[in-house]
Design a protein around this ligand. Sequence first.
Ligand SMILES: [Fe+2]
Ligand SMILES: [Fe+2]
Length: 293
Amino acid sequence: MSLVRLAHFSDIHVVAAARWRLGDVFSKRLTTWANLRLLGRGAQFRETERVLAALRADLAERNFDHLIFSGDATAMGFEAEIARAAESLPLTLPGLAVPGNHDYCTPAATRSGAFERHFAPWQLGERLDAEVYPFAQRVGPLWLIAVNSATANRLPHDARGAVGKPQLDRLRRLLARLADIDGGPRILVTHYPIARPCGKPEGKMHALRDVRDLLDVARAGGVDLWLHGHRHDVYHHPKSATMPIASICAGSATQTAAWSYQELAIEGRHLVGSVRPFRGGLFVGGAEYEMEL
Ligand SMILES: [Fe+2]
Ligand SMILES: [Fe+2]
């Protein structure tokens, strides 16, 4: 059995100077800005540049087989922020990226394809047709399957996501088409979680609207593990009577004091997760846990 080492990080929330248009004032961007500048969220990401430099160095040095980014590259979904985030990450190494709700902050940001343009090196893979999502990447004996669960929302307090019926249908067909590689695990990567750290469903305005449908398609398609971000705390749920698929939340790589990413070492169906927190200017070894997939 071969050992595969993955790095999973999320929710880096890069801010960059950007030009506002009139439409931005009447969009969710304004409340996101107020959150950032007036309500203290910006202070939580003040050190993002420095932390990303350390993350980039650690990812390169640890020689992972594959890097996984589960979204929220930006604060307000401006193209300048997406470009800055992409420049800060080692996009020359093999990787996979999906957007988060902040990257699709407005309908125009979603339609622009800016996330997909700047993260193109991490969006190569097998797909059914010209649609970007879902897509699959093979890493040794396992499959990584990228699903977009972010949507632009209009109401200020709305942080929900959705996969949507057309993408669910493509995912069903893609999973059916993927070759079985010696029974290796299938790992779904998306921004939204299955459940909160306590195991209960996400809050109504923070949740994936069609999480049940995605779970049904993923289970039927043999998905063994669900990697996500969106929540900025680090936690995992093994498969159980109440949790149909094992899941891992990477937390935020750059939020002050919560900053960390995860190393996932998978051999056969056995996973060892190691949290790597940012301490004293570097990412260092932290708590470990084990899971059977
Ligand atoms: Fe986030
Ligand atoms: Fe999010």
